[in-house]
Design a protein around this ligand. Structure first.
Ligand code: IMP
Ligand code: MG
Length: 181
């Protein structure tokens, strides 16, 4: 089992499995609305997935523009949670087909906020691509149009995803299972 920072990391989705799935997702995206396509990566966790997915999109003949938005959730526990913009996109989305890319869809609050924001700004369509979907954690009726994998209810790291800022660099998705001997 890989050991990183003295922790055992149990692989859940290998780099090869993710790469193959990205090509399938890109093909599916090509069958959806792609006029004047603007991809918006929701930072930070999506940065590696977005980088791979947009290159898979190129490989299947798509030519999106690419933007970045940094969103943050606030409030915890019983306090109702909100989402705020830390760093906004620069492009105008009016009349465009928008594809939001994120690492994980959990409660759905982050991506519901982003989807509504883009519609308010006049996007023609807003679709969502996520690497992982934790359906058991959903607290909104949001669904993703393109899903890499149905994710079991573990806290996962790697491939851009972190716990306390660590493990984003791993080329695979895994679960921290404990201290290495
Ligand atoms: P939600 O859908 O608004 O609840 O937020 C999902 C976001 O929470 C994701 O974009 C991640 O940034 C973060 N997140 C949720 N589950 C995990 C996990 O298992 N590992 C790392 N980040 C996670
Ligand atoms: Mg995120």
């Amino acid at each position: 089992m890989p050991v990183v920072r003295g922790k055992n990391i149990e692989p859940l989705y290998s780099a090869e499995t993710i790469a193959a799935r990205n090509i399938e997702l890109a093909r599916q995206i090509g069958e959806g609305p792609t006029n004047d396509l603007l991809v918006i990566a929701v930072l930070k966790g999506s940065f590696i997935f977005a980088a791979d997915l947009i290159r898979a999109m190129h490989a299947v003949g798509l030519a999106p523009e690419v933007e970045f938005i940094t969103l943050s959730s606030y409030g915890t526990g019983t306090v109702s949670q909100g989402v705020r913009i830390i760093k906004d996109i620069d492009s105008d989305v009016h009349g465009r087909d928008v594809l939001l890319i994120d690492d994980i869809l959990e409660s759905g609050r982050t991506l519901l906020f982003a989807k509504e924001l883009m519609y308010e700004r006049g996007a023609k369509s807003v679709s969502i691509a996520v690497l992982l979907d934790k359906t058991v954690k959903r607290q909104t009726d949001l669904h993703a149009d393109y899903v890499g994998f149905e994710c079991p209810d573990y806290f996962v790291v790697g491939y851009g995803m972190d716990v306390a800022y660590a493990f984003r660099e791993l080329p695979f998705v895994g679960i921290v299972t404990g201290d290495a001997e």
